[in-house]
Design a protein around this ligand. Structure first.
Ligand code: C2E
Ligand code: CA
Ligand code: CA
Length: 404
């Protein structure tokens, strides 16, 4: 519930160090914002009609970082956190994200101001005010840049700016090609190729990952079909499969398995040519949802891999509860097997676990021959990494399959 409060001259509206769960907008009056320091009271600002204070309480339950006191009879509208959070959850995700970003940045610039204010005792000098104004400007600039980026990302699918690259996965003991992992890139008209690390999480926040995810699966299915068809006449070649990353957000869509089934059928590719990669964290965070999804896609004939395995330890103990087909060992462990005994133990344990559960295992991030030899020794079946190939374009992948 939001409400209006009136404060007489000298009344404390909120106090530094106290917990709070509401923000204030001054309807009429003057409010002094101050902090208590060793040197005494430091006045940070005097706010008037239309100004907001205490706003961080809307997004976090942190204690108040300053005291607010009415300098004249003051009337304020109070916005409570439950109300704000409810509205935020219903609003457009971009607006919600921007709101959080702006509040966090605003808070940061306040913190900067507080640090400065310690040095200049009781008043904020002109230079510091300029600093605060510059910080505000910077915050607005950043918000605008991000806003533009989000808008461009939302239009990228329609503008056909996404591309899939394919990274080969090899059968280690034979040195033969087993399949590819499909990895998305955003071919931005000004910025060039943008790594998925820079946009997937934003696409998750805005829920654009749902449509992007269907596009990824459609494209990967169509591409792997072309590759398998191209090899069709060669009896000696094993048919490669494609592994597609599915983000946690995607399987929250209630009809995802059905949509995946439709995509598979309309592409005409055999289900065994497609695998899905889920990160280990989804098993931990959303076990029931993950289990339902895994069961449904496996019913379609699609195999399921657990990606970045080893990073979310807790699921090791209940891995046997999930009907999965492949474990992908996270590249951070693989990269450190020579330098870090614990990483080596983790890799060993994962390979042993996969054997006992009769699951295939893929080591990611294989960069050296030495590493390949060790992984073979450990009994790891598949490998993927720069030693064999970086992610390549579809055209390059078409050429590569002819060589194996
Ligand atoms: P990931 O699924 O763990 O993908 C493997 C990443 O490791 C890829 O980075 C790949 O280029 C990189 N990599 C491959 N070999 C080596 C190596 O030998 N050494 C090192 N240091 N790195 C290697 P990329 O393509 O930048 O993808 C980053 C992450 O973005 C992926 O991590 C995945 O989480 C996400 N991602 C990529 N494509 C998609 C997609 O189509 N959908 C979704 N939901 N996420 C994607
Ligand atoms: Ca992956
Ligand atoms: Ca991975």
């Amino acid at each position: 519930m939001n409400y209006i409060m009136n404060y007489p001259v000298g009344a404390t509206i909120l106090e530094e160090g106290a917990t709070g769960d509401c923000a204030y907008i001054i309807d009429k009056g003057l409010v002094e914002i101050s902090v208590l320091r060793e040197e005494g009271k430091v006045v940070l600002a005097v706010l008037s009609d239309g100004d907001i204070f205490g706003e961080m309480a809307l997004v976090s339950g942190d204690v108040r970082s300053a005291t607010a006191r009415a300098l004249v009879p003051t009337s304020v509208s109070i916005i409570c956190r439950p109300y704000f959070q409810e509205k935020l959850s219903q609003t457009d995700p971009i607006i919600a994200m921007l709101m959080k970003l702006l509040l966090a940045r605003f808070h940061e610039s306040r913190d900067k101001l507080l640090t400065l204010s310690n040095a200049c005792l009781n008043t904020i000098n002109a230079e510091n005010r300029q600093d605060a104004a510059a910080a505000d400007k910077e915050m607005h600039q950043e918000a605008l840049v991000r806003f533009k980026f989000i808008n461009e990302l939302q239009a990228a699918l329609d503008r056909q700016q996404f591309v899939l690259n394919y990274q080969p996965i090899l059968v280690l003991d034979k040195g033969s090609l087993a399949g590819f992992e499909a990895l998305i890139r955003w071919n931005h008209p000004q910025k060039g190729m943008i790594s998925p690390n820079h946009f997937i999480s934003i696409a998750e926040d805005t829920k654009d990952i749902l449509d992007i995810g269907y596009w990824i699966l459609e494209t990967a299915c169509a591409d792997i079909k072309k590759m398998r068809d191209a090899l069709g006449v060669r009896q000696d070649a094993a048919e490669p499969w494609v592994s597609v990353n599915v983000s946690p957000m995607q399987f929250k869509a209630p009809d995802i398995a059905e949509r995946f089934g439709q995509i598979l059928v309309s592409s005409g590719v055999e289900p065994c040519a497609v695998k899905i990669e889920l990160t280990e964290s989804v098993l931990v965070e959303n076990p029931q949802l993950a289990l339902n999804f895994i069961r449904e896609v496996r019913r379609l004939g699609i195999k399921v891999a657990i990606d970045d395995f080893g990073t979310g330890y807790s699921s090791l103990s209940y891995l046997h509860l999930f009907p999965i087909d492949i474990l992908k060992i996270d590249h951070t462990f693989v990269a450190n097997v020579f330098s870090d005994i614990r990483s080596r133990e983790v890799v060993n344990a994962i390979v042993a676990l996969s054997k006992s559960l009769n699951i295939d295992v893929v080591a990611e991030g294989v960069e050296t021959k030495e590493l390949e030899v060790l992984l073979l020794d450990m009994g790891c079946r598949y490998g993927q990494g720069y030693l064999y190939s970086r992610p390549i374009t579809f055209e390059q992948a078409m050429m590569l399959i002819q060589r194996f």
